[in-house]
Design a protein around this ligand. Sequence first.
Ligand SMILES: [Zn+2]
Ligand SMILES: [Zn+2]
Length: 294
Amino acid sequence: MRVRFWGTRGSIATPGSFTLGYGGNTSCVEVRAGQDVLIFDAGTGIRELGLSLVEEARGAPLTLHLFISHTHWDHIQGFPFFVPAYLPSTTLHVYGSPGQGRSLEKILRGQMDSDYFPVALGDLSSTMQMHEFRGGEFAIGDTTISAMYLNHPGMNLGYRIVHGGKTVVYATDNEPYRYTLDHLGRRAEAGREFGGRLDEEFVRFVAGADLYIGEAQYTDEEYPAKIGWGHSSLSATVEVALKAHVKSLALFHHDPMHGDETVSAMVAVAQRLISSQLSPLRCFAAREGQILDV
Ligand SMILES: [Zn+2]
Ligand SMILES: [Zn+2]
């Protein structure tokens, strides 16, 4: 598989001189699995991806598979600017969870309502097929995709992609359950235990991945003020990667407040944690434009 990061930022696009290194566009990752083009999230990074796909196709029809983790702004805001969706020759499969009381299609239609955007979803010329699901496993060609709900406000799916004996996990916007439940406090020890069991399920979902694209939005110092917001501290994400014995960890969903220097410093902290465990785990921060062969 070939993985390319088109947007690595969380929460809101953050252009400027201090984010030139790791990038300012929000979540969008392209995975080429054989002939299939899989796209994970439609943050602002998907605009450039769309232009690149159209250029590469040179007028030939495109079939694309877009997986939405969840419909917070930073994961869908680039969609109205995704040029292939405007072309009659494109077939676009969109996958994701329904929201809380609204279908995926209704939510995507909502962000293109005329109060927010001049072109309606229904006016796009591509053939669009919505595939709603709530976890489970299915195949696209010779690629197997499984999905699991993560701990985040709203309905958020992580994805495990297996192709040609290799595994990539894309799991962003995720907070360990045991911290959220502990913070809510009402269930005390029982809550922490229950949360711990749910966290183990997530470790099994990530287990053995060749590449784990995991979010680490906050430093360990920042996290205590953000408990319950649905994001991970750096050490929590490193801990999952170590427990799951993944080969590589790409730190993802960089906080808008974190310039390149902060992100690099977080990588150094993560690497110290990893070497203190004598683990061969490779860790780096996802960078916009970066291409990885898995
Ligand atoms: Zn996000
Ligand atoms: Zn989110």
